[in-house]
Design a protein around this ligand. Structure first.
Ligand code: HEM
Length: 123
């Protein structure tokens, strides 16, 4: 049994920054999902990226405090559908493959992300 936090097993802060840095361009470039980031300024996108990093670090057991909004509040009204959700998951899997995240950590990330679905999908 591995006693290290998921945060440590993913390579700490730099590991999670790498994960988000790989994932976000995939989401923004997706035919279906791209609409969520259209017409947003680069500073807004940079702030959202930082919040996603902080959120993942905190929830993986890292030593930082997430100061953003909860998942329900930050996504309510966007109309994120089941198809959007499936596209998001496909990109998260592609990122894990690209970064060669080991199986145990992939399972841990998937378990956490899937637990958020009911708060994020609304249409
Ligand atoms: C299809 C799935 C998703 C879409 C389309 C999506 C889209 C977005 C967009 C457009 C924003 C910016 C909101 C704003 O500026 O007001 C945002 C914020 C955020 N999202 Fe998502 N998201 C998705 C799934 C997720 C998941 C699975 C997570 C967590 C692992 C997540 C974590 C966050 C965080 C932490 C923020 C920032 C919250 C804040 O502004 O306080 N999102 N999302």
């Amino acid at each position: 049994m591995n006693e290290q936090t998921l945060y440590a097993r993913l390579g700490g802060y730099d590991g999670i920054v790498g994960f988000v840095g790989n994932l976000m361009p995939r989401l923004q470039g997706d035919e279906l999902l791209g609409r969520f980031w259209q017409n947003r300024g680069s500073d807004g996108i940079a702030r959202e990226k930082q919040l996603l990093i902080d959120y993942l670090c905190t929830n993986a057991g890292g030593p930082m405090v997430y100061t953003g909004r909860d998942m329900k509040l930050s996504h309510v009204g966007m109309g994120i559908s089941e198809s959007d959700w499936n596209a998001f998951i496909g990109h998260a899997v592609a990122t894990m493959e690209a970064l060669q995240v080991p199986k145990q950590e992939c399972d841990d990330i998937a378990g956490f992300v899937l637990s958020l679905k009911d708060d994020i999908v609304e249409a």
